[in-house]
Design a binder for this molecule. Structure first.
Ligand code: UT7
Length: 331
């Protein structure tokens, strides 16, 4: 078995900034409500015609640069998204083509906000066994084209934003930026607490005029319910990851939580009884970018010098499924 480490990180956010005040024009909401309930001030939206794989490409190019590698060095792609360009094929294949590299394997991961944690754990195992040398792990989302921009959809619409993050995972020749372990969970009985129902393969046709009128093709969430589970599960995941490695909360330099809601991060901090400055947050300016939020945050924390050599980092996520989990890293 080999050790696996993160060789480089990258992120990409679309240029178009959408402040809360712009949403006030489309639905019954207010900048004050959004900031108080979520911490979000603004998010980014793509321009027309830009897809999730395009954002993934930009983040990947930056991650490759930071790893000192080129696209041709990559021998496997893992792409986490809940908003693929098409129902099929997945974004991994599209990214393989856009990178202009050989016929390497490309896997799409459908684990919503926990997608990046699941993807990182798969990359870890492939590198550990020596199957692949350099794996590109991407989390990217375009939410803006799929939100109900009216009062009926406001609970969800104000939260989500577009963006992408990526890392290159490879064999470790030293102890830096090492992946120690990942811990994955799901609880499918809560699938409908946060979901998009249509188009659905259990119906024929999969999408009808009636479904469109009822807005069943938009994400729906029982916000308070999801909130409570997010806090419980993320803090449990952090503890599970630390226990598995015989580590303590006091060993953690930085906690990078899925950026679901600033109040969720604050509640996890309270539950873990750690100081707020040991948790990284950027939801204020990007909103919730689901599978992209952790790799974006990891890239920014690295570039802002918040993580240094030897620091212990815990990544934790929770999302639709329900799915949740954590990854422990020694930077
Ligand atoms: O990333 C995957 C995981 N996702 C999450 O973890 C998200 C979890 N949930 C949340 O972040 C929060 O539950 C929300 C931000 C979605 C909602 O915040 P909340 O504090 O739980 O509000 P609430 O759902 O209890 O609603 C409070 C009130 C309601 O009105 P009434 O019934 O008190 O009259 C809502 O209708 O706020 C209303 N409301 C809004 N008002 C203005 C809901 N959405 C909005 C809105 N603007 N956008």
């Amino acid at each position: 078995m080999f050790d696996a480490r993160i060789l480089g990180t990258g992120s990409f956010l679309p240029e178009r900034i959408v402040p809360n005040t712009e949403l006030e024009e489309k639905m019954d909401t207010s900048d004050e409500w959004i900031q108080q309930r979520t911490g979000i001030r603004e998010r980014r939206y793509v321009e027309e015609g830009v897809g999730t794989s395009d954002l993934g490409l930009k983040a990947s190019q930056r991650a490759l640069r930071s790893a000192g590698l080129t696209a041709n060095d990559i021998d496997f792609i893992i792409f986490a998204t809940l908003s693929p360009d098409y129902n099929f094929p997945g974004c991994g294949c599209l990214l393989q083509d856009k990178l202009g590299i050989g016929n390497i394997g490309a896997l799409d991961v459908r684990n919503q906000c926990t997608g990046f944690i699941y993807s990182l754990s798969i990359a870890h195992q492939f590198v550990r066994t020596g199957t692949y040398q350099h794996i590109l792990v991407v989390g990217a989302e375009v939410h803006s084209t799929g939100l109900e921009m009216h009062t009926r959809g406001r609970e969800v619409a104000v939260i989500f934003g577009d963006g992408a993050g990526a890392v290159v995972v490879g064999k470790s020749s030293n102890d830096q930026r090492k992946i120690l372990s990942s811990h994955l969970h799901s609880e499918g009985k809560f699938a409908k607490k946060l979901w998009i129902e249509a188009p659905s393969s259990i119906q024929q046709p999969r999408l009808t005029k009636e479904m469109l009128q009822q807005g069943r093709h938009y994400p729906r969430m029982e916000g308070r319910y999801v909130f409570k589970h997010a806090v419980d599960r993320m803090q449990q995941s952090v503890r599970e990851g630390l226990e598995a490695n015989n580590l303590k909360l006091s060993d953690v330099k930085l906690l990078i939580l899925h950026q679901a809601n600033l109040r969720i991060s604050e509640a996890v901090v309270r539950a873990l009884k750690i100081s707020p400055d040991r948790v990284f947050n950027n939801i204020q300016i990007y909103g919730n970018t689901t599978a992209a939020s952790i790799p974006i945050a990891l890239d920014e924390a690295t570039r802002q010098g918040k993580i240094g050599s030897g620091d212990l980092i815990v990544l934790a996520a929770f999302g639709s499924g329900f799915t949740w989990g954590a990854t422990v890293l020694k930077w």
